[in-house]
Design a protein around this ligand. Structure first.
Ligand SMILES: *[C@@H]1O[C@H](CO)[C@@H](O)[C@H](O)[C@H]1NC(C)=O
Ligand SMILES: *[C@@H]1O[C@H](CO)[C@@H](O)[C@H](O)[C@H]1NC(C)=O
Ligand SMILES: *[C@@H]1O[C@H](CO)[C@@H](O)[C@H](O)[C@H]1NC(C)=O
Ligand SMILES: *[C@@H]1O[C@H](CO)[C@@H](O)[C@H](O)[C@H]1NC(C)=O
Ligand SMILES: *[C@@H]1O[C@H](CO)[C@@H](O)[C@H](O)[C@H]1NC(C)=O
Ligand SMILES: *[C@@H]1O[C@H](CO)[C@@H](O)[C@H](O)[C@H]1NC(C)=O
Ligand SMILES: *[C@@H]1O[C@H](CO)[C@@H](O)[C@H](O)[C@H]1NC(C)=O
Ligand SMILES: *[C@@H]1O[C@H](CO)[C@@H](O)[C@H](O)[C@H]1NC(C)=O
Ligand SMILES: *[C@@H]1O[C@H](CO)[C@@H](O)[C@H](O)[C@H]1NC(C)=O
Ligand SMILES: *[C@@H]1O[C@H](CO)[C@@H](O)[C@H](O)[C@H]1NC(C)=O
Length: 832
């Protein structure tokens, strides 16, 4: 049966919504690569099996950036003649004279494509241990809202899910990976030493969830986890790999999961390039950056550990939960993976309070910006469902389960069945409805406003800009924090509730910050809370103290709270001894000035006054092996802050320890390296600087945070030249971004006066670095100097940005007034 072709006008093509009539069932794609020789180009053949559900006269395939060589359409082994043409947006149009009737068709397309950095296929290169260059080919599909993405192979619109069978031809010295495990060992393909790797068919998924990777990387397997990394790097990933494997083991034990059917093992492909961390497609979940996987417990600090956990750890949990949860439930998947990353890490490191870190790094972060919000919502319901019964819910949900089937409905009905009477849900609502209301909201998290009517013994609760059903609990001076429940629900925008609390006692809502919302109070209640903390810190739960500090700062920045209320609250910090609360206090006190801008003397004195007692409590003690890493990390952060504020002993100690390190030729213990090297460099001589550069030569790039503390132009120049010869553009940009206002001033005058230096660095390196600085600086001065350099050095700064502006709460007249009065009072008392 042959059809002749008619030409349709473009408007008809664009107008017709063909997609609803075409349902792709299966894609069989074979890629043919020559990456071993470093070639970017690849060939391929795709056979798409699809159903026509309603007659159509044309088909559109996504083929941007591909060259189409041959197209065959068949039904029941009969071929159709087709006319192909390229649409203006780069897609492929297939036209037939008559309509295609209902039925099952096969479309076979041969094509070729080119890997580049910006498109869905990426060619990476790296240096091997023997200094030769190796290449890898990686498909890196992204989810996108616009439909203008390039395609790795021809496919129908992305909205449909299908099964995929991927195979890749590559040189026999390389290996290939894809979503699924290999079906069989690679088989010989041709006489040039190429082999064919064929992978098992995927479950139904979106086109953007599928990909493959080819390289000469090596693998290591621990239980069901495979780590793929280049030679030389693999051995440095062993510790991280064992932690990832532990995460999986704990999860298996926690749920006693017993799938009805096979699930793929876990794979981490470790690549030497930067990767995105949000909205990962199924295939992207297998990748992790080398830098975060090479965590070394002996050498690296806590920040590097949390980076590892947030990338590799979280990705392994995403893989684990995508075997459990239905793929449509993306937010549920993100939520579970993130909460369990921290929850399981606490089991691996019992001495670290990882859920406390969760509170700061995830919950408070998600209140501030669009970051892991589903995780905070799940955490809230987990805590409502009574922590200790949650494990039972998970076990029941895992029993006799088919892979990729868990839904929110099942989760909520299980939870509600077990503990109905405890929920006390508002009439006519279900847990599931409330859960979904929170989980699928794109709105900013609510603020619960608590206005006490002191004379009437009542409280008006209202939520600003939100109509969610909001679970709440509260503590009073007499009722306390022993347990989270009972919970109540705010069902409208506001309601007035009777409370038996005398008017000289505080109330605190959202106990232990279980809920995904902030709480604001009337001024008098804020003051009652501050008074309570000043007389007895332990009268309020540490996690609630963390919330009070974080919320109060946010309200002041948004003009919802008087700055003097915050400052008065901060004065209690002189009594605060919990390092976890200090994690938050550290952020609050460093708002605005630190580390870039020197604060006015008044502010400096006030800040130092607040940190002094806690700083003294740890500065004089030697480090104990039993101290949690998180606590050590906090101590080094606060020591750095104290030095920055000019604390004399701190500066002396840093200088002395640095000199000792140089004399003995023994590097400083990593927990203390930043503060010791940074402040040790003040008044340092040339020999000391050279020693430091030499001792850091294997990781210069990671040392920019203290190398940037150099205090004169000669040393600044020396470091720049060293970075130029030993590292890359990115490191130089990181270094310039780590300079404070004074350091940047020195840099400016160097670049202005020393044209030789600009030549050595290269003006494109300088321009790139200045663009980076313009993105992250808080300083108006620095931005001006960047403009000046742009003009005087005639640089192209197309990517120049206008900095990170944040409201300066410290310069408000009320703040200055408060601090002056407060410090005078302190002075008076110390004289008496
Ligand atoms: C792919 O297409 C985009 C536009 O659709 C274009 O900007 C890009 O350069 C193309 N890449 C290659 C390798 O042709
Ligand atoms: C498995 O979980 C149980 C509690 O459910 C616990 O007692 C046991 O120690 C765990 N085993 C391992 C190996 O983690
Ligand atoms: C991430 O995914 C969510 C939901 O799928 C979407 O709303 C959001 O725009 C995506 N973000 C990015 C950066 O693609
Ligand atoms: C959870 O499992 C237990 C034991 O099998 C069962 O008694 C209970 O009803 C289950 N819960 C639900 C909601 O299925
Ligand atoms: C409610 O929110 C809006 C906008 O976010 C803000 O302008 C207003 O001051 C808030 N009111 C209260 C009482 O929090
Ligand atoms: C409470 O809500 C009602 C309507 O829902 C509104 O008229 C009233 O002004 C609100 N009161 C407060 C204190 O927000
Ligand atoms: C401080 O409050 C805690 C908790 O309420 C209490 O146990 C402790 O005795 C109080 N300390 C003092 C000195 O009152
Ligand atoms: C920090 O100090 C502790 C205790 O001495 C030690 O166990 C740990 O290894 C140190 N951290 C690093 C990164 O060296
Ligand atoms: C200091 O130690 C490093 C490595 O530990 C060594 O390479 C260097 O020669 C030593 N310097 C001196 C002066 O001993
Ligand atoms: C170096 O540059 C600064 C301005 O950035 C200028 O004030 C100073 O006079 C210059 N010094 C020399 C030696 O040119």
């Amino acid at each position: 049966m042959l059809f002749t072709v008619i030409i349709l006008s473009l408007s008809a093509i664009i107008g017709e919504s063909f997609a609803n009539n075409i349902v792709p069932k299966n894609y069989d794609v074979q890629f043919s690569t020559d990456i071993e020789s470093g070639s970017e180009s690849y060939d391929g053949t795709v056979t798409i099996c699809f159903d026509v559900e309603k007659e159509v006269g044309q088909l559109v395939l996504q083929t941007r950036n591909l060259t189409i060589k041959d197209v065959t359409l068949s039904k029941d082994e009969i071929n159709f003649a087709t006319k192909t043409s390229e649409l203006p947006n780069g897609n492929l149009l297939l036209e037939f004279e008559d309509q295609l009737s209902e039925g099952n068709y096969h479309l076979k397309i041969t094509f070729s494509g080119t890997a580049s950095d910006s498109d869905v296929m990426f060619k990476g290169s790296y240096r091997r241990e023997d200094d030769s260059v190796g290449h890898y080919l990686m498909s890196k599909p992204r989810k996108s809202d616009c439909h203008e993405e390039a395609s790795a192979f021809p496919h129908f619109d992305e909205e449909y899910k299908a099964t995929f069978k991927i195979s890749v031809v590559h040189h026999g010295t390389l290996k290939a990976w894809s979503n699924m495990p290999l079906q069989a060992p690679p088989e010989s393909h041709d006489s040039n030493g190429n082999v064919l790797s064929t992978f098992q068919e995927t479950p139904r998924m979106h086109v953007f969830d599928v990909g493959f990777f080819v390289s000469d990387f090596e693998t290591e397997q621990i239980d069901k986890l495979t780590v793929v990394a280049r030679k030389g790097v693999l051995r440095h990933t062993q510790y991280s790999a064992s932690v990832c494997n532990d995460l999986v083991k704990i999860m298996n034990n926690h749920t006693a999961i017993d799938y009805d059917g096979d699930v793929p093992d876990y794979v981490l492909i470790v690549v030497p390039r930067k990767l995105s961390h949000s909205n990962l497609t199924e295939f992207e979940r297998k990748f992790v950056e080398e830098d975060s996987m090479m965590y070394d417990r002996e050498k690296d600090d806590f920040v590097r550990f949390t980076q590892f956990l947030k990338s590799a750890g979280n990705n392994v949990m995403l893989q684990w939960f995508s075997n459990l949860i239905a793929p449509e439930e993306e937010r549920l998947l993100q939520a579970f993976s993130n909460v369990y990353t921290y929850f399981n890490a606490e089991k691996i490191y019992p001495k670290e309070y990882m859920m406390m870190l969760y509170q700061v790094d995830v919950l408070q972060e998600s209140l501030a910006r669009d970051y892991e919000r589903p995780s905070s919502v799940l955490n809230m319901f987990w805590l409502i469902v009574l922590d200790n019964k949650w494990g039972a819910v998970m076990k029941n949900l895992s029993k006799n389960r088919k892979p990729r089937t868990l839904t929110t409905a099942q989760l909520c009905s299980e939870a509600q069945n077990l503990w109905k009477e405890d929920y006390n849900l508002p009439d006519g609502t279900t847990l599931e409805a409330i859960f979904n209301q929170w989980m699928h909201s794109d709105a900013e998290p609510p603020v619960l406003n608590v206005q006490r009517l002191y004379s009437e013994g009542k409280v008006t609760l209202s939520q600003n800009g939100s109509e969610k059903i909001l679970p709440y609990n509260f503590a009073t001076q007499s009722s306390h924090f022993e347990q989270l429940g009972p919970f109540q629900w705010l069902t409208g925008r506001n309601e007035t509730v009777r409370f038996d609390v005398s008017d000289d006692q505080w109330i605190i809502f959202n106990k232990e910050e279980f809920g995904f919302y902030r709480v604001n109070y009337d001024d008098r209640n804020w003051k009652l809370i501050t008074q309570a903390l000043l007389s007895n810190v332990s009268s309020i739960h540490p996690v609630s103290r963390m919330q009070l500090l974080d919320d109060a700062l946010n309200f002041v920045e948004n003009d919802l709270l008087d700055v003097s209320i915050l400052l008065e609250l901060l004065t209690y910090l002189r009594n605060e001894k919990s390092y976890d609360v200090w994690l938050v206090a550290n952020n609050v006190l460093k708002t605005y000035y630190h580390y870039e801008i020197v604060p006015p003397k008044l502010v400096k004195d006030f800040l130092l006054h607040l940190v002094e007692p806690y700083y003294q409590s740890f500065a004089s003690q030697s480090i104990s092996q039993r101290t949690p890493q998180m606590e050590l990390h906090l101590h080094s952060e606060l020591a750095e802050f104290a030095c920055w504020l000019g604390q004399k002993e701190c500066l002396q100690q840093a200088r002395a320890q640095f000199q000792q390190a140089v004399e003995t030729n023994i590097t400083v213990e990593p927990n203390w390296s930043i503060v010791t090297y940074c402040y040790g460099l003040q008044n340092a001589n040339d020999k000391e600087l050279e020693w430091l550069l030499n001792s850091q030569k294997s990781q210069l790039c990671r040392s920019v945070s203290f190398l940037s503390c150099v205090d004169n132009e000669i040393h600044l120049r020396r470091v720049l030249v060293e970075l130029q010869s030993k590292t890359n553009q990115e490191c130089i940009a990181d270094f310039m971004a780590a300079l404070d206002e004074i350091g940047f001033d020195m840099l400016h005058s160097l670049l202005r006066n020393d044209s030789e230096l600009v030549n050595v660095l290269g003006s494109s390196t300088v321009a790139n670095a200045l663009e980076q600085v313009s993105k992250c600086t808080k300083s108006a001065n620095t931005l001006e100097l960047i403009d000046e350099l742009k003009n005087s050095l005639d640089l192209h700064l197309d990517g120049k940005s206008s900095g990170k502006h944040r409201k300066n709460i410290w310069t408000e007249p009320k703040a200055t007034e408060f601090i002056e009065r407060y410090l005078k009072e302190v002075e008076k008392q110390s004289v008496v």
